[in-house]
Every structure is written in C-alpha cells, then in structure tokens.
Design a protein around this ligand. Structure first.
Ligand code: V47
Length: 385
C-alpha cells in the first residue's frame, strides 16, 4: 500500500490508531474534523473502506415515495413540510401511491423508500392500509418505510406504545426503516432546528426498539447548519454505542443541509470540503457500521464519486422522484439510470454491485431489461385531506 504523508502532526497518533484497528475517541473525532490535512483524513478513511470492501461499491434500483408533505412539525431545517391548505400541499390518494409503486416494479425497483410529513388528520390505520396494499401489489419489493420521527408520531396519535406501533408496521409489511429525522441528537441543536420533533434520546430509543423487533434501519446526521464539531462527534458516538448493542443499523448517511426555502435560509450551504470530511470522519468513527452512503442526489454525482475515495462504499439508488432536497434548492437531477450509476462508479475506479436494501447482490441477468424511469403526473389524483 502507498505510504501516508501527514502534514498535520496532530493526526499522527490518530493515524497510528486507525492502522492498528483501534477505536477512536471523542477527542480524535474533533481533531479529524478540525484538521486542515483533508487528504490524510481521506486516506485513512479510504484505508478502512478498502480493508472492508476492496473496490466494491454498491447501488440499488429504488423509488422514493413521499405520501404527503402536510406536516405539523414546522421544523426550521425543512422546506418540504406544509400546512394543510398552504400552496403546494399534497396528500396522495392510495391509488396514486400504488400507481407509482407498480411503475417502480416495471422499472426494476427492489426498494420503495417511503418518508412523509406528520399529517394532522390521517390516522395510523391509513398508513398501515397503504403498506398492506403495497405488499399485496408488489410482494417482491422491500418496503423501507417511515422514520423514527414518524413512528413516534404514529404512536402518539394511535395511543400505542412505540413497540406496539412498530409491531403493527411490521405485521402490515414494513421491512426496514430509513435513517431520517436524526438530524443532530444534541438538545441545543434540536431546539434551534427542529424543536417539535422527537428528542435525540427518543430517536435512539425508537431505533433500539425497531432493532429488537428484528427491523433493521439506517441512520443519518444532518450537518452544516448550527451544530459544532463536538456535537457532530457526539452524534456519531451515540450511534456507534447503540450499534454495539443492537447491530441493527445497516447504513449511515451523512446529509448536507440545504438551506433554500427554509427558515434557516441565511446559513450558507456546506462546501464540497465539508461533504468529503463528513463522509471520511463517519467512516473512521463508525467502525461498527458496514456501509457509509454518499447520497448522490444530495451531494451531486461529482462529489459522490470523489467520496468513493474518502470512505463511502455506496451511492444510493435511482430514486426517480425526490422532493425533500429539491424543495430546499437541490439542483441535481431527481433520478438517474442504473447504467449511469454503474458508469459513475467505474469512472471512480471502483467495481459496481447492484444490491437490495440489505446488501444482498441483485442478479439482473434473468430479469427483464429496465426501461427508462417515468414520472406519473403529480397532480392527477392528488387529494388534499
Ligand atoms: O430526515 C430535511 C433531511 C432527511 C432538509 O435511509 C434535509 O437510505 C438537508 O433521511 N436540507 C430525509 N436535509 C432524507 C433521508 C434519507 C435520504 C436518503 C436515503 C436514506 C436512507 C435516508 O432529510 C430528513 C432530514 O434529516 N432534510 N430537510 C434540508 N433542507
């Protein structure tokens, strides 16, 4: 292996720990965030990534479905949520969700990623019906549905415990949970960016209970707003601690804050440098997470490709219809083809492997060819409840 040239002396003991396979501390994490030597930080993260995965880089064929953007939480970080009668508010009829899903199946999707607003009038049973209907129509597709924040809200409106809520979701057909809503766990930050959301402690407790019921989940961290480096490291170490206990997290996704159209629009966007550093530090601190995702929609394909040399081993998927980032000013495309994902990965000198949600390889050789993705008319069946 090529030798590591370190220009920042403070990184030397940390590099020695990484090369010995030792766990890093809170102080190490802060030093990695503060070091000007981004290439050394990236080199170390790439070392760990290659030790675990070699050149293999994963992607999937998925479809995002956001059932509603009506939301009572009013998080300052968010440009997606709307009041029920606000311009642009929508709630899909179940038929419209099924139409999107069936189109997804025709286009080769192996996963539906489902996240939405906290709707004031839709009961928990509506979402269970949605899941049952999706499972009946698309039995081979993995349903990665509802963040810990939505689970906490469902439990509240249905007057159930978190465990009962998760069990009902599982019985209806939910296969795993996405990683959203984690933001930054520290209460100081949550008060400023999402004060009506479940607490960080509650997010972790819901994740723990999901894992205990056999539901895997992802985890995220939203960076680039009001948080400090110490608060980022604290967030990562809390995830690492829970993962030691449950082994239920599949993938970690650092999410770059997009400020446009949010109540925090005065905050400048994170830079490419921030993006690569967050990927690298996550890989180095989260030594018990197998997968670190460079979510191409949020990072741009160009930065996501470089991230594959800074610790990431996954690009996410074809997506098709993305609202949360595009409402907040993302200028990336909303979908990309399977062929383009493979091309991005190959051009970064890596080996593309299509995966399902739980990282089993997908063999397309005996499946019908994938047609280009299409988007149904967004307003045709849209229902405002
Ligand atoms: O929970 C909301 C974040 C998340 C903004 O699990 C914002 O595989 C930036 O969790 N700027 C939803 N971020 C997205 C998400 C996700 C994405 C891809 C894959 C997976 C997975 C999960 O987006 C929210 C919140 O943390 N978010 N608004 C914004 N203005």
């Amino acid at each position: 292996m090529a030798e590591l040239l370190i220009t920042d002396q403070r990184l030397k003991p940390i590099a020695a720990k990484v090369l010995r396979g030792e766990r890093l501390s809170q102080e190490d994490g802060v030093a990695l965030y503060r070091s000007p030597d981004i290439l050394a930080v990236g080199w170390l993260a790439n070392h760990v990534r290659e030790k675990r995965h070699g050149d293999v880089t994963y992607f999937n064929v998925n479809r995002h479905i956001n059932p509603t953007n009506v939301c009572v939480a009013h998080c300052k970080l968010c440009a997606f949520g709307r009041d029920p009668n606000a311009p642009g508010a929508y709630t899909f009829a179940l038929e419209e969700i099924y139409q999107r899903a069936e189109q997804g199946v025709r286009e080769g999707a192996t996963e539906f990623h489902m996240v939405g607003g906290l709707h004031p009038d839709l009961p928990f049973e509506y979402f269970l019906d949605m899941i049952r209907g999706l499972k009946r129509r698309c039995p081979t597709v993995h349903l990665k549905a509802f963040t810990m924040v939505e689970v906490g809200y469902f439990a509240r409106i249905a007057k159930l415990s978190i465990k009962e809520t998760l069990q009902k979701m599982k019985d209806a057909g939910v296969d795993s949970l996405p990683g959203g809503g984690a933001e930054i766990f520290h209460p100081r930050v949550r008060k400023l960016i999402c004060d009506h959301k479940v607490s960080g402690q509650m997010w972790l407790s819901i994740a723990r209970q999901a894992h205990e019921l056999g539901l895997h989940s992802n985890a995220t961290m939203l960076y680039g707003h009001v948080e400090t480096e110490e608060e980022r490291v604290d967030h990562l170490l809390k995830l690492r601690e829970l993962q030691d206990q449950t082994h239920g997290f599949v993938t970690f996704i650092p999410l770059a804050f997009h400020p446009d159209n949010t109540a925090l629009s005065h905050i400048p966007k994170p830079t490419g440098y921030d993006d690569l550093r967050n990927i690298a530090v996550s890989r180095l601190l989260l030594d018990n997470f197998a997968h670190i995702k460079a979510y191409w929609i949020m990072l741009s394909p160009a930065i996501a490709q470089i991230a594959l040399r800074f610790g990431a081993n996954d690009l996410d998927g074809t997506v098709v219809e993305e609202k949360i980032y595009h409402d907040a000013g993302a200028v990336t495309s909303e979908f990309t083809s399977r062929a383009d994902l493979e091309r991005f990965i190959r051009a970064a000198g890596r080996v593309p492997v299509e995966r399902d949600t739980l990282y089993n390889p997908v063999d397309r050789s005996k499946m019908p060819p994938i047609p280009p993705p299409t988007r149904p008319d967004l307003v045709s069946l849209t229902l405002n409840v």
